[in-house]
Design a protein around this ligand. Structure first.
Ligand SMILES: C[S@@+](CC[C@H](N)C(=O)[O-])C[C@H]1O[C@@H](n2cnc3c(N)ncnc32)[C@H](O)[C@@H]1O
Length: 187
């Protein structure tokens, strides 16, 4: 991620946007259960939302320059930070009660990597487990903001089919601001 993007993700403005636009979506998803997996916590503002709503959170971050400080900041709390690629982190089958993935998909190198992540999340969620997230729309302003960065936008209209191909059902999406939000379930 470029430096200005990173600063924004750690800023009070981003925190307020998460509270206003993401939190109601997470809360509408219902009980996240006791053991929540988060993909791509970055500086951890999304982790802070999840850890107040779950007994345990496991946050998988691919970038050690973000994962290590987050691990230090959250040491001794209900969060474990694992530094790994979430498409191949070696997590156990049928283990987590819910998974969250916020502004991560467009940072993955290709649609195939995104689909691999969906399959992996389906494998590690329990039956009935919720998969909740949000991601950027393919807007010119978002392309400019990611000028020297990875930007692989997801078409919200394709989420239902792509998640179904990974085994998920009951997928819903909606659009708010420059994001879309999604909610799905492992049958
Ligand atoms: C834009 S940041 C979002 C941070 C946070 N979720 C938020 O919304 O504030 C995307 C994060 O996903 C991480 N990421 C990208 N691909 C990943 C992967 N395959 N496994 C784990 N983390 C990944 C990036 O390193 C980055 O920290």
């Amino acid at each position: 991620m470029n430096e200005s993007h990173l600063q924004f993700l750690a800023s009070p403005e981003w925190g307020q946007m998460l509270e206003a636009e993401l939190l109601p979506w997470i809360e509408a998803a219902g009980d996240l259960g006791d053991d929540v997996l988060e993909i791509g916590p970055g500086p951890g503002l999304t982790t802070d939302l999840l850890r107040q709503r779950a007994e345990r959170v496991t946050a998988v971050e691919i970038d050690p320059t973000l994962g290590e400080p987050l691990r230090d900041r959250l040491a001794g709390t209900n969060v474990d930070v694992i530094i790994a690629d979430a498409t191949a982190a070696g997590l156990p089958d049928n283990h987590f009660s819910a998974a969250g993935c916020f502004s991560v998909l467009h940072h993955m190198p290709s649609p195939e990597d995104q689909d691999r992540l969906f399959c992996e999340l389906h494998r590690v969620l329990r039956s009935g487990g919720i998969f909740v997230g949000q991601d950027s729309l393919d807007l010119e302003s978002m392309r400019v903001a990611h000028a020297d960065d990875t930007f692989t936008p997801v078409d919200p209209d394709e989420m239902k089919d792509r998640l179904a191909a990974a085994g998920f059902s009951e997928t819903r999406t909606d659009i708010v601001g420059f994001h879309f939000r999604f909610l799905s379930r492992k049958p």
